[in-house]
Every structure is written in structure tokens, then in C-alpha cells.
Ligand binder design. Structure first.
Ligand code: HEM
Ligand code: HEM
Length: 212
């Protein structure tokens, strides 16, 4: 099954091409899909529990941290479209792709498109900063977590700084999520395909012509 994937997924394809019989190929491996929907759940649980339900907040935050570690490793050794080398593009390519969206003729990619790839790096980076600042503030305020009581004596000034950073990056991530989902919807409409469904079942249609 996966051999045929490799055969098909070499090329970015043009969705405007003919309405020929469409073949489905697996693009997102099961671990990427489990990672994605677990991340969505844990992120929103952490975001909406804040400090009212601190235990749940911290557990959800640890789940996010664990998922990030997994994804960073999987980006190096995972399946073809999960790898950073597959979707991290130069800024000039990202810019050219964004312009092509406005021009209504964006290329279709089986993996992440260049703008989607840039967004993923932004989301992962922002989440790393949220979880690190969370772990630091947890040590400062509660003398708990991986850093224990090692930061409990820091000044109020630094406590405020870290708290602000934690809140800032949480909100920045939420804003990125908004643009991420908007991008997913725009790409789905432009290419007349359901990208959300693909992130559930792992599969995307590919034109027979593209295989050649
Ligand atoms: C309900 C809201 C969401 C929907 C519908 C959604 C949908 C998707 C879809 C369809 C993709 C694949 C994009 C493509 O085909 O190129 C994707 C990828 C991704 N999304 Fe979301 N997303 C949502 C929320 C989130 C949230 C909350 C986060 C993080 C806080 C997130 C982080 C990511 C990441 C990191 C990827 C890359 C997956 C990978 O390659 O491992 N998404 N999302
Ligand atoms: C994606 C993961 C996370 C998100 C989205 C998130 C989000 C937030 C938000 C929005 C607040 C409220 C900020 C405020 O109003 O002052 C908060 C507070 C807090 N978070 Fe997180 N957080 C995450 C992960 C973590 C982790 C991993 C830890 C610790 C291990 C943590 C520890 C705390 C603590 C101790 C507070 C209370 C800070 C205060 O006194 O206001 N968070 N978090």
C-alpha cells in the first residue's frame, strides 16, 4: 500500500486538471493523525482550564509537551509527508504560494503546501514557548513540575514577566490556530477537496494523470 503512495506523492498536482477518475492515496500516517487530534484536544483543554483547574491544566499542558517531542522526532524520521524536509520551504516559495492563492491558481500539494508548512512551524514553535513558560511559571508559583522548587525564590518582576509570556504565547497560538483553520478551509474550497476528512482518514484523492 505504502509503495504506491511513494509512487504518487512525488509531485505537486494541479487541481484544475481534468475530472478524471480519482485514486485515493494515503498521505498522513496514523501517528500524524493521532498526533493532530490529540494536540487539538489537549490544546483547547489547557487553554480553557487556565488556572481555575490547575491540575487538569498542567496535565493537558504535559500532553501538549509530549506530543511536541514526538512530532519533532517524527519530523526527522517519520513517513514521507510527515518530514520537515517535505514541507519546510524557503520564504520566497511561501510568498509565491500565498500570491498564487490570491491569483486563484495555487498548485495542489499532496503533503502540506508551502504556506501550510510555514504555519505548522509557527504553531509548533509557539507551542514550545507556551509549554516551556508554563513549566517555568509552575515552578515559580507552585514549586512543582519538572523544575520543582528550583525557581521558587525568583523576584516578583520575573514572575510577572514569565506569566505574561505564558499568556502571550497562549493567545498567539490561538490566533495562529484561527489562521491555520482558515487556510485549511480556503485550500479545501480552492481544490474542491475535504482536507479535514483527510486528516481523519489519512487519504487524499490523486489524479491518474499525476502518476505519470
Ligand atoms: C478544529 C480545528 C482544526 C482543524 C479543522 C484542523 C485541520 C487540520 C488539517 C486539515 C491539517 C492538514 C493540513 C494539510 O492538508 O496540509 C492540519 C495540520 C496541522 N494542524 Fe490542524 N486543525 C485544527 C486545529 C489545530 C490546532 C488547535 C492545532 C495546534 C494547536 C493544530 C496544529 C496542526 C499541526 C501541527 C498540523 C500539521 C500536522 C502534521 O504534519 O503533523 N491544528 N490541521
Ligand atoms: C498548550 C499548553 C498550554 C496553554 C494553551 C496554556 C494556557 C494558559 C493560560 C491562557 C493561562 C492563563 C494566564 C493568565 O491569565 O495569567 C495559563 C496559566 C497557567 N499555566 Fe498554562 N498553558 C499551557 C501549558 C502549561 C503547562 C505545561 C504548565 C505547567 C507545567 C502550565 C502552567 C500554568 C500555570 C501555573 C498558570 C497560572 C499562572 C498564573 O498565576 O496566572 N501551563 N496557561
Amino acid at each position: 500500500m505504502n509503495t504506491s503512495v511513494t509512487k504518487f506523492d512525488d509531485d505537486a498536482t494541479d487541481a484544475q486538471q481534468g475530472q478524471v477518475q480519482q485514486k485515493q492515496v494515503t498521505v498522513w500516517d496514523p501517528l500524524v493523525r493521532i498526533f493532530h487530534w490529540s494536540l487539538v484536544s489537549a490544546f483547547f483543554i489547557a487553554y480553557f482550564t487556565e488556572d481555575d483547574l490547575l491540575d487538569l491544566h498542567v496535565y493537558a499542558g504535559y500532553v501538549v509537551a509530549g506530543l511536541l517531542v514526538f512530532r519533532l522526532i517524527w519530523g526527522l524520521v517519520g513517513s514521507r509527508h510527515a518530514r520537515f524536509t517535505d514541507f519546510v520551504k524557503r520564504p520566497s516559495e511561501v510568498w509565491a504560494y500565498l500570491k498564487s492563492i490570491i491569483g486563484q491558481h495555487p498548485r495542489r500539494y499532496l503533503g502540506h503546501n508551502p504556506a501550510g508548512g510555514a504555519m505548522i512551524i509557527a504553531l509548533l514553535s509557539s507551542l514550545v514557548l507556551v509549554t516551556i513558560s508554563g513549566i517555568v511559571i509552575y515552578s515559580i508559583e507552585e514549586s512543582a513540575g519538572p523544575l520543582g522548587a528550583s525557581l521558587s525564590g525568583v523576584s516578583e518582576f520575573w514572575e510577572d514577566v514569565v506569566e505574561e509570556l505564558h499568556e502571550f504565547f497562549s493567545n498567539a497560538t490561538l490566533a495562529l490556530v484561527f489562521f491555520h483553520v482558515t487556510g485549511v478551509l480556503i485550500a479545501s474550497l480552492q481544490h474542491k477537496e475535504n482536507l479535514v476528512k483527510s486528516m481523519v482518514n489519512g487519504r487524499k484523492p490523486v489524479d491518474e494523470e499525476d502518476a505519470a
